[in-house]
Design a protein around this ligand. Sequence first.
Ligand code: GDG
Length: 429
Amino acid sequence: MSASSASFAPHPASNPDVSTPMGGITIQHELVIAANRLPVRRRDDDSWELSPGGLVTAMAAVMARQPGAWIGWSGESETSDSFAHGDMTLHPIGLSTSELRNYYEGFANATLWPLYHNGLLPTQFKRSWWHAYRTVNERFAQRAIETTAPGGTLWVHDYHLQLVPAMVRAVRPDVRIGFFLHTSFPPSQLIMRLPWRAEITKGLLAADVVGFQTRTDARNFLALAARIADVPEENVGDSTTIEYDGRSVTIATHPISIDVEIVEALATAALDTNAPREFRASVGDPRVVILGVDRLDYTKGIDARLKAFCELLKDGELDPGDVLFVQIATPSRDNVPGYEDTRFEIERLVGQINGDYSSLSRPVVHYLHTTLPFEALVPLYLAADVMAVTPYQDGMNLVAKEFVASRIDDSGVLLLSEFAGAADEFPDA
Ligand code: GDG
């Protein structure tokens, strides 16, 4: 098994941390990325660091190779002047408290996120959330209109900004617009529940290229477009071009990947310093180490994984004296409905399993609710015998790819849910 070769470069950890204010001057760029968040976040000492997460992992690299601009929420309420960060120009968008609640926590993460993950949680529909979504999309679109050079390329990312392609096209038909969805795209029966499905479909069809993680996602989108915008429901291969509104739109499958070279270099460094072996020794040298690394999200199936682990202990398939389950759960979306309950349930399960099966010398589940530096994750990937990636639904899952890329000697077992996009690429996991 091998990680698919990366079309993206440096991991956040390798990017320079140099930020320079640009004094309110707007420079136009050949390449502009628009994504909900900027790729950096402010540290306590007011400097900026690259933020963790799948989108940043994949995109920081592109910008390192072709300098351009990135439009995104800064984490603050005021829209502020652009500044340079390494080779990138960052355009911070501000979100007021009510926009944060209605656009981000509401429409993006309590309406679209569960809907796009096969309706795992009941989806909430509220007009006030939709209005805020449209307002914030307009703000992003306006910044893109100002900052993209004539004939330049705008690359819009993810479910937060699906109206931006149409808003920009209406004013700047010269701009080449790409859109990429990082999540799954659900079957049309599900998305038909959304009262604003037509606006979203037409928003996306205004791009020149609409990219998805898997063929299934692309097919689902095309079926919806056929239903709503009366475009032909072509049979999607890796790329299909349709005519819509007098233009050609390409619907394409582009499974996102990681920078394999960077992961391999970190893995080589970790092996040289014996870090994986030292980690195992520090946790009592169990015979089998099972590892999970996820944002704490109900889609990732951390609860299902813990229950399965518990069943194996109960049935005597695993010996608690022999096995350690390490789960890193990165804090995420604390204020969005469903996340706190998910955290309680995971922590209840960890407590219950540890109560029932740990010994006085060590727990059987080692659980951390924290963000680790990426350099600390790679030794864990190398220390594990089994990497458990068990989402109920996941656009791709880069952790699976990072695990495979780090195992330069091809050792280790990847346990991979068939509901992760990555399963299409790792059929022998
Ligand atoms: C979306 C889609 C799609 C995790 N914990 C820490 C940390 N991470 C890094 C991992 C990996 C990334 O975050 C998570 O990757 P996922 O693929 O699980 O991404 P999501 O955040 O769910 O994002 C997903 C992705 O976009 C890309 O298109 O694959 O399906 O949901 O890179 O290493 N990084 C650090 N510390 C941690 O504790 N530094």
